[in-house]
Design a protein around this ligand. Structure first.
Ligand code: DGY
Length: 338
C-alpha cells in the first residue's frame, strides 16, 4: 500500500518526526517560500496532511492542495489558518492547547520579572565588567509583588498567569476578556473590568489574547496613553495584536516605562527594529512554550491529531468542529488504515 503523504513544516520534535516517517511518506520543510518553492508545491499536490508551526494556510495554498484532509498546528495559536477556506474544502484543523499552558505562563511571568527588575540589562552590566562600585539608584528596578496586574485575555494561559501573580506574588488582579471568568475571580481574587479601566489602574499590563480579526491592532497609542507612565507592558500573544510603531512612540515619549516582548510584528524580528536598541525593552524570540518537555508534548499531541484526522477519526483537539460534523457521515471504513 502506498504511504500517505505528509508535509512537516518548521518545527516538529525529532522522535515524533521519526515515528511519523515510519507510517507515512513525510517531507520536512523549513522556512521556505511556500508560494514559489517548486519542491514544496509539487509535494503539496498529493499531500493529505500538514503538521507544523506557523505555515500560512490560505486560499493560494489550498488551491494547490486538492488532497489535503487535515492541518495540524504545533501551536495553540492558529492565526496562520484561514478557517473559512478550510471549511469550504472540509479540511480539519487542529492545535495544541493545554499541554503548554503552564510553560507559557512561566515564560510570560518571567518576562515580567526580567523587565521590572532589569535582569538582562544588569546581567550585561556584570559580565561586561562595569560593576566596579557599589550600585546606585540608576540600576534599581521596580517591585512586582503587591502591585496591580492587568491581564487582557483571561483564557487558560491568562488564568495560569493570574495564579502565579496572585498566589505567588500577592498581586491584585484585574482582567478583561470576552467572557467573565467567575472561577478565576474566586480562585485568584481577580476582578473583571473594562479595558480602559484596566489600562488606567494596572502597574503591569499583560496581553495574552489570540490574534483574531477583532484583536488585530488591539493595543495602540490611545491604549498606551491610558496606561500609567510607570506601567510595564508585556506582550505574550502575537506581534500583530499591538500597533508596534505606537509602542515604540510611547516608549520614546515616556508614556509607559518599559516593555517585555516575546512576539513581534515581523518574526524573526528585523535587525533594524528600534525596539532592539531600547534599554527598557526586554526581548525574547517567541519562545513562550519552548521547553524540551513542552515542545515534545506539543509535537506528540499534534501527531495524535494528524493521525486521527487521516484515519477518519475525530482529532482530540479539533478547532473546526463544524467541518467534523460535515464529514463525519462521509467517513467510510475504507479510509481507516489503522
Ligand atoms: C503557540 O503555541 O501559539 C505559541 O505561541 C507558539 O507559536
Amino acid at each position: 500500500m502506498t504511504k500517505k503523504r505528509i508535509i512537516a513544516y518548521n518545527r516538529l520534535e525529532k522522535p515524533v518526526l521519526e515515528e511519523l516517517k515510519s507510517k507515512y511518506d513525510v517531507k520536512f520543510f523549513k522556512n521556505i517560500n511556500t508560494k514559489t518553492d517548486k519542491v514544496f508545491l509539487d509535494y503539496l499536490e498529493k499531500t493529505e496532511g500538514i503538521i507544523g508551526l506557523e505555515l500560512e494556510v490560505d486560499k493560494d495554498l489550498l488551491v494547490n492542495a486538492p488532497n489535503l484532509k487535515i492541518v495540524s498546528n504545533v501551536s495553540v495559536g492558529y492565526n496562520n489558518l484561514n478557517l473559512e477556506e478550510l471549511a469550504k474544502r472540509n479540511i480539519l484543523a487542529t492545535n495544541t492547547p493545554d499541554v503548554l499552558t503552564d510553560t507559557v505562563a512561566d515564560t510570560i511571568f518571567g518576562l515580567l520579572l526580567a523587565t521590572a527588575r532589569r535582569i538582562p540589562e544588569l546581567d550585561h552590566y556584570v559580565k561586561s565588567k562595569q560593576w566596579n562600585d557599589p550600585l546606585e539608584s540608576e540600576h534599581y528596578g521596580i517591585d512586582v509583588h503587591h502591585k496591580t496586574l492587568g491581564i487582557i485575555g483571561m483564557g487558560k494561559i491568562g488564568q495560569a498567569i493570574a495564579q502565579r501573580a496572585n498566589l505567588g506574588f500577592d498581586m491584585k488582579i484585574l482582567y478583561n476578556s470576552r467572557n467573565k471568568k467567575p472561577k478565576a475571580e474566586a480562585k485568584y481574587n481577580a476582578t473583571y473590568c473594562s479595558l480602559d479601566e484596566l489600562l488606567k489602574q494596572s502597574d503591569f499590563v499583560i496581553l495574552i489574547t489570540p490574534l483574531t480579526e477583532e484583536t488585530n491592532g488591539f493595543i495602540g497609542r490611545r491604549e498606551f496613553q491610558l496606561m500609567k507612565k510607570s506601567a510595564i507592558f508585556i506582550n505574550g500573544s502575537r506581534g500583530k495584536t499591538i500597533i508596534e510603531k505606537d509602542l515604540i512612540e510611547s516608549l520614546k515619549n515616556g508614556e509607559i516605562a518599559a516593555a517585555g516582548l516575546d512576539v513581534f510584528k515581523i518574526e524573526p524580528v528585523e535587525h533594524d527594529n528600534p525596539l532592539l536598541n531600547m534599554k527598557n525593552v526586554v526581548t525574547l524570540p517567541h519562545i513562550g512554550s519552548s521547553t524540551y518537555e513542552t515542545e515534545l508534548k506539543m509535537s506528540e499531541l499534534a501527531a495524535k491529531n494528524l493521525v486521527a484526522g487521516l484515519n477518519g477519526e475525530k482529532p482530540p483537539s479539533l478547532i473546526n468542529t463544524d467541518v467534523w460534523e460535515n464529514i463525519k457521515p462521509l467517513v467510510s471504513k475504507k479510509t481507516i488504515d489503522k
